[in-house]
Structure formats: C-alpha cells, structure tokens
Design a protein around this ligand. Structure first.
Ligand SMILES: C[S@@+](CC[C@H](N)C(=O)[O-])C[C@H]1O[C@@H](n2cnc3c(N)ncnc32)[C@H](O)[C@@H]1O
Length: 211
C-alpha cells in the first residue's frame, strides 16, 4: 500500500472524525438529530458520532451505511452499546442497499460534501423515504459571500485531496429544492472560530414533496 492510500484508509477518516467532533459542530448535531423518529437511516454514518443524540423513545429502528469499513466498526460498537437492533452496512449513497419506501427519517450530516454524485444520492434518499418521510440535513458548503466563494473555488482541489473527497463549493438548500424536496430551514451561518471557506453551514428538514 502506497503512502497516499495508507493515509486515505487509516489517517484521513480519523482526522475527519476529529474535525467533525468539535464543540460547535456537536452543538448543531444536538439541535437536529433528536428530531429523528420512526425507522431511521443515516447516510454516511461514519464512526457513529450522531448516535448519542437520538432519542430512544422516538427511534424504532436504526440503519446506516458508509463506504469506510474501518469507521463502521466504531458505529456498530456504539449501536451495540446502546442495545439497538441495527443494520449498519458498507455502502454508498449513490446506490443505497435498502428497498424503496423503507424509512421515516433519513439523517445526513456532513456527507453530501463528500459523495461522488450528489444528485444521484438525493434521488436515492427520496427513493428510500416513505411518503411523508423527512430528511434531516446538516451540511457545510457554498458560502453566500462572493469573496468567500472565490476562495472556496481556489482551495477546493487541494482540500479534496487532503479531506477524503470533501468539496467546499456544493450548494445545500438549493440542491435539495432542485432535487424536489420541500425544505424547512432550521438554521444557517458561519461556524464560529472556523475558516469561512469551510464554515458555511445550513441545517433543516427536507420533506419528500407530494406527500
Ligand atoms: C465528513 S464525514 C461525516 C461523517 C458523519 N456523517 C458525521 O456527521 O460525522 C463524511 C462521511 O461520508 C462518507 N462518504 C463518502 N462518500 C460517500 C458516499 N458515496 N456515500 C455515503 N457516504 C460517503 C465518508 O466515509 C465519511 O464517513
């Protein structure tokens, strides 16, 4: 294994998990994730950082996918420790390994920035949601200020290589609306004490339209 693939397989996922555990990010998770209810599916569940925020009284079942098998071991261990029946599998959002209409809630935090094909992933999320189902999203992405956005464009090619394919310039709310979701924003803004290029956050509820 070359140094680059060793970094990608072992170091990068742990660094990304560390970055995603900082206090202000955990605060935003704590405002969103407890809204999950019914049969819950977490896309890009990583090592299970969100699990501490689910409300046992609201969640009837838990499933998750992530392409990083090493991280999934942590996610499974957290779920077992909570006594959850769970289906945590290796997989990608472009081809979600669950049947149509299975979930009440899809939770997607800091994942749309990293997938290969966000449009395909959003269409897969709609497929696996029940009618009336909700997607809870918390993502970083394209900043509304032109000067910040220009810096995002400049830095993104280098950032992507260091941060596991994470993009800085992906739109969030508009991408969800473009995919046909009805979006209820719950918050947005730059994360304090974070470089603005990586600090623009949007979170909220996206409903499968027509439900
Ligand atoms: C920044 S981490 C966020 C992890 C977790 N969602 C969280 O909030 O802590 C991005 C995650 O997306 C996962 N990922 C990358 N490409 C993916 C894809 N095509 N489908 C699903 N997950 C993917 C990565 O393995 C990683 O766990």
């Amino acid at each position: 294994m070359g140094l680059e693939s060793w970094y990608d397989a072992h170091v990068m996922p742990r660094l990304v998990t560390l970055a995603c555990s900082q206090g202000q990010i955990m605060k935003r998770r704590s405002m969103l994730v407890p809204l999950a209810s019914g049969s819950v599916f977490e896309l890009g569940c990583g090592g299970g950082l969100n699990q501490q925020f689910y409300q046992d009284s609201l969640v009837s079942s838990f499933a998750g996918i992530d392409p990083h098998e090493g991280l999934l071991e942590d996610a499974r261990a957290h779920a077992r420790a909570r006594g959850w029946e769970n289906e945590i599998r290796a997989g990608v959002g472009e081809d979600i390994p669950f049947p149509a209409g299975q979930f009440d809630t899809v939770v997607c935090t800091y994942t749309l920035c990293s997938v290969d094909d966000p449009k395909k992933v959003l269409s897969e999320i709609k497929r696996v949601l029940k009618l009336g189902g909700r997607m809870l999203f918390l993502e970083h992405g394209k900043a509304p200020d032109e000067n910040v956005h220009q810096w995002q464009e400049r830095i993104e090619p280098y950032w992507k290589r260091m941060a596991g394919g994470c993009h800085l310039t992906r739109p969030i709310g508009s991408a969800l609306r473009g995919a046909g979701f009805e979006v209820e924003p719950l918050g947005q803004g730059y994360l304090p004490k974070t470089p603005r290029i990586a600090g623009w956050m949007e979170w909220g509820v996206a409903r499968k339209a027509g439900a």
